[in-house]
Design a protein around this ligand. Structure first.
Ligand code: GTP
Ligand code: MG
Length: 406
């Protein structure tokens, strides 16, 4: 049964007739224990009204995604980001069962800084104040209404969370700088949630500690894993949070700090689940979210497209010319991908892999050993030359040509 809906920010999501049909269907189906409405946000009043009419809990995208995020948040940063995203939920008047009148001279409990399960704790902070949600009664002596106190507590909490996030962000920035100083190129692996980013990184690095899972938003923290490319260059793969189309705005904002890392990477790899019926839509949604991060132009122009899960699509051929088809799970196409990454990473770093023919008696060979990374030397004594495979920066190559013309 497909029914038309109005825009989510209007108080009514359904027309009267549709609502009646839905109510009849839901009330008549005891197996329905909850209803998910595919709208970004529902007004608190709408939610209450629908729950009263249907007798089951009703969820929107925001609450479901937030719940998934909360279940998967492991690091302090992820938990803080979830807490920050949760705050708008608390801004609606809170339910008030069991609240007590304000005792004379009651001192406001200050919000507990280490608790970030915002809803329950804040609810109890505020419940101490008593009164009905939205009540404009003044609290003795303070000159503030219930609503004002509630807003102030929430604001305090927000400031605290933002400060804590900021501290973590600065720490991460420092780590990023250290990483850059060590000069390992960073490859950011991005894609729609559940497309196989974590599985791919596991396959590329052989890191046995990585755990891909068949869940949305299994990865909620940016993690780094070292791997080696055929040119022997070591790169850091960055596993990132999956994208989801129409992700609620406040969630996007909360997690944008994490995604800043993507803008600071040397190369972006975009993984797609080509077995998914909505793979094209997912691609469009990821690319537009990526553009919104405003990464440097060259980074965006060099995105390597990976078509994953080809094992599920017999006879798959990538539609776009540059895409590399792989099965991260079965390990298909990984060598071709590594070769592509090798070229792209070196190009991003202003380096290239070249095979140069040099004379055995001249100074070129020792010059190359000094100024470039020599990977292989193939000596041809009969011709008095050697073919030298090197990774060389564009500028060093320019000097080489100048010093040893011809
Ligand atoms: N058949 C098949 N399944 C795959 C392939 N790659 C990944 N999967 C499965 O897809 C599911 C999601 O994989 P993950 O690697 O966790 O996906 P992710 O993109 O990291 O997901 P999030 O972290 O939630 O955004 C897992 O069940 C994987 O086993 C593949 O090439 N073929
Ligand atoms: Mg993952």
């Amino acid at each position: 049964m497909v029914v038309p809906s109005k825009t989510p920010d209007r108080k009514l999501i359904f027309g009267r007739g549709t609502l009646e049909r839905l109510t009849e269907r839901i009330r008549g189906s005891p197996e329905i224990t909850a209803v998910f409405l595919n709208v970004e946000r529902m007004a608190a009043a709408t939610k209450k009204e629908l729950e009263a009419a249907w007798g089951v809990q009703v969820f929107d995208r925001f609450t479901v995604v937030l719940h998934v995020f909360r279940c998967h948040a492991r690091t302090k940063e992820a938990r803080l980001q979830v807490a920050l995203a949760e705050l708008p939920l608390l801004r609606c008047p809170l339910p008030t069962q069991g609240s007590v009148p304000v005792p004379h001279g009651h001192v406001l409990p200050s919000p507990e800084p280490t608790h970030f399960h915002a809803r329950s704790h804040l609810k109890s902070d505020v419940a101490h104040l008593g009164g009905r949600g939205g009540d404009s009664r003044h609290i003795m002596g303070s000159g503030e209404s219930f609503l004002q106190v509630q807003q102030r507590l929430l604001k305090d909490k927000e400031v605290k969370i933002r400060k804590a996030l900021d501290r973590l962000r600065r720490k991460r920035l420092l780590l990023g700088q250290q990483r850059r100083r060590r000069e390992f190129p960073v490859v950011a692996v991005v894609g729609y949630t559940n497309c196989g980013k974590t599985t791919l990184i596991k396959a590329l690095t052989g890191d046995a500690t990585i755990q891909p899972r068949d869940q949305l938003f299994a990865t909620l923290d940016v993690t780094a894993h070292a791997g080696r490319l055929p040119s022997q260059v070591t790169v850091i793969y960055m596993d990132t949070i999956g994208f989801l189309s129409q992700l609620p705005h406040s969630l996007v904002e909360s997690f944008s700090a994490t995604m800043e890392d993507v803008s600071h990477s040397d190369l972006i790899v975009h993984v797609r689940d080509v077995s998914h019926p909505e793979t094209e839509l997912q691609k469009a949604s990821v690319l537009s979210a990526l553009r919104a991060l405003r990464p440097p132009r060259p980074l965006l122009d060099r995105v390597v497209e990976v078509a994953n899960k080809v094992d599920l699509v017999p006879g798959y051929r990538p539609a776009e010319p540059g895409a590399v088809a792989v099965s991260a799970l079965l390990g298909l196409g990984l060598e071709a991908l590594k070769a592509r990454l090798d070229g792209a990473v070196l190009r991003a770093a202003g380096r290239r892999v070249l095979t140069l023919r040099v004379g055995l008696t001249g100074p070129q060979l020792s010059w190359l050993h000094q100024e470039a990374t020599v990977q292989a030397v193939d000596v041809r004594p009969e011709a008095g030359v050697a073919d030298v495979k090197v990774i060389i920066s564009d500028s060093a190559y320019g000097r080489f040509r100048k010093l040893f013309p011809g």
